[in-house]
Design a protein around this ligand. Structure first.
Ligand code: NAD
Length: 498
């Protein structure tokens, strides 16, 4: 059980009746409760327009916990205790008067509890509601209290640089930056956090973590599913906005950042934004040579026929939205000059997997005959984020036998084999950090804007040149052929785990 002390907290969940609350937020808070991380005094207030009583709302949430919690079916007594802190408030975010109702609830707890609570407004609603909610929160007396009022903003944060800037301006007008928690749930994942431990708690890697030893880096985030029931949303977004601008660039920052002086939120985020600022912004020529987009067509997945993207529900029949994107980036600084960073992401790919692959340079001189290894693959470090959570170092080794035959082998650190405890869900880490007031794993306003700024030329170019030969990859494949060519022309290939 935890010995971290969190202050009395009220979680106000806007969109409390939504999918995110049911699948992620409530199960995460419940698991934090089970492990002793919730303060003695806490309350969760679900907000939504549906006509629920407290009882019917809680019953729904229990269904979600039973289905989605990593700890399995809820324990009867623990759930009774946990859910006694949950209540439901029927509200419309557009209705000013409803915010007074919220304030009354806050006041009630404030009067009863041992000290004034931390108030976390979690905006689990569609992004078009962010401005109206923020403006109304501004009128609450607790809004300006930077020490204890926080607002958590879900993705997507804007749909381009301009809208991200507008949203930042609006939020900063009301809140201090230290009250704003922009979620990128990738940053809450254990293996992503471990990137920092791995790089900065081991002396071994830092000396070789640069252009002198590293040939190239790959970040590949592939999903085997299609757009499922999110077609309507996704068609207005696409792979670049949905995955690359946020998750992939954040992971790239962790791979490429300079060592921070300490683990403070501002320090870590300064070093990350440095990377984004150093990334080469593309002109039209570079877009042509360094980017590939794709859209999936129909295909067969595990013996079953699946539809192409344009046939999915909610998707325009002539949609040119990309469901796949690959980009070759460069970081113009001393550490990374001329080291390509290949990133790709796609839906309906052959495998669900998120991996970082760091390929080191060849040995300077080979003393063994060319045919003495079955594969002279170079040293490679593979950090697998999901579903496998592991770090592998590929090295050449002598195969047992009387002759000098070599072959590549993996030194493996696997979470499953190493630790007995379950790894927490990303949302548990992030919801706890929001309670503690730790912003390290949340995106700062300038990070979001710099990331948008970087990809704007690509977004704009893809939007202008709409006529493209979609679909250009079939379901259950590794994406369009051009994506292979993008990396093959440099003599590499996309790395996949077996
Ligand atoms: P959802 O459609 O399931 O839920 C939306 C919620 O908003 C519902 O509770 C609904 O009652 C509420 N709502 C709508 N109009 C309202 C109004 N006028 N007044 C009060 N409440 C209103 O959406 P979701 O999937 O839960 O997503 C919520 C947010 O989280 C979105 O920004 C989404 O992009 C983000 N997100 C969701 C997921 C996910 O897995 N579902 C993952 C990442 C990010």
């Amino acid at each position: 059980k935890s010995n971290i002390k969190t202050k009395p907290t009220i979680y106000m969940i806007f969109g409390g009746t939504g999918d995110l609350a049911e699948r992620k937020l409530i199960p995460a808070l419940y698991n934090l409760f089970l492990e002793g991380y919730m303060p003695k005094e806490f309350a969760i207030i679900g907000l939504g327009r549906t006509d629920y009583t407290n009882e019917s709302f809680i019953k729904n949430l229990l269904g979600g916990v039973n289905k989605f919690s990593r700890s399995g079916k809820a324990d009867k007594d623990q759930w009774a205790d946990f859910s006694s802190r949950i209540s439901y408030l029927r509200t419309d975010v557009n209705n000013e008067g409803d915010y007074a109702k919220m304030e009354q609830v806050i006041d009630k707890y404030e009067a009863e509890w041992s000290e004034p609570p931390v108030i976390i407004h979690y905006l689990a609603v569609a992004p078009n509601f962010f401005p109206i909610i923020a403006s109304n929160l501004a009128k609450m007396k607790s809004a300006g209290d930077a020490e204890r009022t926080r607002v958590v903003i879900e993705k997507p944060f804007g749909r381009d640089l301009e809208t991200a800037k507008e949203l930042n301006a609006l939020l900063r007008n009301i809140f201090d930056e230290k009250q704003i928690y922009r979620i990128d749930h990738y940053l809450g994942k254990e293996t992503v956090q471990n990137m920092m431990a791995f790089r900065f708690a081991n002396a071994l890697f830092e000396p070789i973590w640069n252009r002198n030893f590293i040939e190239h880096v790959q970040i590949s985030v592939t999903e085997d599913i299609g757009v499922e029931d999110r077609g309507g949303y996704y068609d207005g977004s696409g792979a670049l906005r949905d995955m690359l601008q946020n998750h992939i660039l954040q992971v790239l920052c962790l791979v490429a950042m300079e060592p921070p002086v300490n683990f403070d939120a501002e320090e870590v985020r300064n070093r990350k934004v440095d990377v984004l600022r150093a990334m080469r912004k593309f002109g039209p020529e570079e877009i042509r040579f360094n980017t590939v987009r794709g859209q999936y067509g129909e295909g067969w997945v595990k013996g079953e026929k699946v539809e192409g993207y344009r046939q999915e529900q909610g998707v325009n029949k002539e949609s040119n939205t990309e469901t796949f994107a690959a980009i070759k980036f460069f970081i113009d600084n001393w550490r990374w000059q001329n080291v390509p960073f290949y990133v790709r992401t796609g839906k309906r790919m052959h495998q669900k997997s998120s991996i970082i692959s760091i390929q080191f340079k060849d040995v300077p001189h080979l003393i063994f005959p060319n045919n003495s290894s079955e594969s002279w693959q170079q040293n490679r470090l593979i950090i697998s984020i999901q579903p496998e959570m592991s770090i592998r170092l590929q090295v050449q080794a002598k195969r047992p036998g009387l002759d000098m035959t070599l072959n590549p082998v993996d030194m493996v650190f696997n979470y499953d084999g190493t630790y007995e405890t379950d790894t927490p869900e990303a949302y548990e880490t992030l919801l706890l950090d929001a309670m503690k007031g730790d912003q390290t794993l949340f995106m700062r306003g300038d990070q979001v804007e710099t990331a948008w700024d970087l990809i704007m030329p690509v977004l704009e170019s893809w939007e202008v040149k709409k006529s493209i030969n979609f679909p250009n990859y079939s379901a259950d494949s590794w994406g369009p052929e051009a994506a292979e060519a993008l990396i093959a022309k440099d003599g590499f290939h996309w790395f996949t785990l077996p």
